[in-house]
Structures are given as structure tokens and as C-alpha cells.
Design a protein around this ligand. Structure first.
Ligand SMILES: Nc1ncnc2c1ncn2[C@@H]1O[C@H](COP(=O)(O)OP(=O)(O)OP(=O)(O)O)[C@@H](O)[C@H]1O
Ligand SMILES: [Mg+2]
Length: 211
């Protein structure tokens, strides 16, 4: 497997957290891991690409790790719609950005044993017109790992995410449930129920670390 796309049931669900842990675990096994955040949004100070580069001491250039950046903390499609030029340029911009992303991914793929690609938000975040995060996963031909919350509400969000990926025939490696508090009743049964209904394995269960 040359790469893995780390997606989630929502924004803030722990994709970066899981990407860092996974990259560190793989690197400790001697695997040369590359990491990518193809599209980022929002201020540079809160940027995932910079966080990943710093925390994992990545040597790759930032423009390879993160080829496309939108300044506003919005879904990419929303930031393009806000731009006055959007109507005229969206088609051209979209093609340029799509090419930038796949070119950067192929370069990282050549340099590493495995590339972990972190998505933005969840699978139906609109990137461009009629093009969602799930379409990007499909275009990069990667299997997906879904990061989901541990507690109440996660069954619904996780099954919706799985449905959207299956519709596009994206292979799903499994799930990571993140943020166990040990205090919520649903945390005890969520993994089992999701596995039973979806037939997919819960590969990791991570506690909420305090401090
Ligand atoms: N298990 C955990 N224990 C403690 N803190 C966590 C845990 N998981 C995530 N966090 C923290 O919660 C916040 C959101 O997590 P993270 O940034 O990984 O989410 P994300 O899915 O990557 O968000 P985005 O959609 O913005 O990329 C971060 O500050 C992260 O450090
Ligand atoms: Mg993130």
C-alpha cells in the first residue's frame, strides 16, 4: 500500500492527531513515511501542514506537503465563491489545483515507502463545484481510514461517511475512534455496533489525553 487517506466524520475529530501518531508508529518500525495535507484553509498560524511538518520533522518542502492553501477558514468551494473572479476562473483554477495536488502526491510517493494524506473536514466537504473530499480520495486512488469520535452521535456520522465513500467505490481500511473519556455510556458499545453494521474493523481506539 503506497498511501493512506486519513479522513474523518467531521472537522476537529482528530485527523491530524491520528496522522501524527500513525506516522510516528510507522517510522519507529523503520518505514519511511511521507505526510501530505493537499488542501488547507485558514490562517497559517493554525495550519495543519506546518504542524505536521514541525511535529514529524518532515524534510519535504511545504509546497509539496501542502500544494493548495485557501486563506479563509471555510470549505474551499466557499472561499472560491467569495472571490469575485470565481465564475470566470473556477474551471481553470480547479484544473490547475487538481494537477498540483496529484503531482505533489506522486512526488512524495516516490520519495517515501508510504504517504499519509490528511483530508479536510469530512468526506462531503465541497472542494470545487461537484467535487468533494471523497472525489479527491478516489482521484488519488487511495484507501481511506476514517477518524470518528468515540462518544454519542458517532454511529450516525460514521455510517454516513462509510456510505458516501462506498458510493464512490473508495476502499476503506478501517476506523479509528478518538477521544475516549471513559465517562460516556455509548463509548462502551459504539465500536462493536459500527463493526457489526458496517463490516469494517475499528483499528484504533484512542483516549482523550488531558493537558
Ligand atoms: N485523543 C486526543 N487527546 C487530546 N487531544 C486531542 C485528541 N485528539 C485530538 N485532540 C486535539 O483536538 C484538537 C482537534 O484535533 P485535530 O486537529 O487532530 O482534528 P482534525 O480532524 O485534524 O481537525 P481539522 O478538520 O481542523 O483538520 C487538536 O487540538 C488536537 O490536538
Ligand atoms: Mg487537521
Amino acid at each position: 500500500m503506497p498511501g493512506l487517506f486519513i479522513t474523518g466524520t467531521d472537522t476537529g475529530v482528530g485527523k491530524t492527531f491520528v496522522t501524527i501518531l500513525l506516522a510516528q508508529a510507522l517510522a519507529s518500525e523503520g518505514i519511511k513515511v511521507g505526510v501530505m495535507k493537499p488542501i488547507s484553509t485558514g490562517p497559517a498560524s493554525e495550519d495543519d501542514a506546518r504542524t505536521l511538518k514541525k511535529r514529524l520533522k518532515l524534510k519535504d518542502q511545504l509546497k509539496l506537503i501542502n500544494p493548495v492553501h485557501y486563506k479563509k477558514p471555510l470549505a474551499p468551494l466557499a472561499t472560491e465563491i467569495e472571490s469575485r473572479k470565481w465564475r470566470v476562473e473556477s474551471g481553470k483554477l480547479r484544473e490547475e489545483n487538481r494537477k498540483l495536488i496529484s503531482k505533489a502526491y506522486r512526488q512524495l510517493e516516490k520519495k517515501h515507502d508510504l504517504v499519509l494524506v490528511e483530508g479536510i473536514g469530512g468526506v462531503l466537504v465541497p472542494i470545487w463545484e461537484n467535487y468533494f473530499v471523497a472525489d479527491l480520495i478516489k482521484e488519488l486512488e487511495l484507501p481511506a481510514l476514517i477518524v470518528a469520535r468515540a462518544g454519542l452521535g458517532t454511529i450516525n456520522h460514521t455510517l454516513l461517511t462509510i456510505e458516501a465513500l462506498k458510493r464512490r467505490k473508495v476502499p476503506i481500511l478501517g476506523l479509528a475512534l478518538n477521544g475516549f473519556s471513559g465517562k460516556e455510556l455509548s463509548e462502551k458499545s459504539n465500536a462493536r455496533i459500527i463493526e457489526k453494521i458496517s463490516g469494517l474493523p475499528v483499528l484504533f481506539q484512542l483516549s482523550q489525553i488531558s493537558g
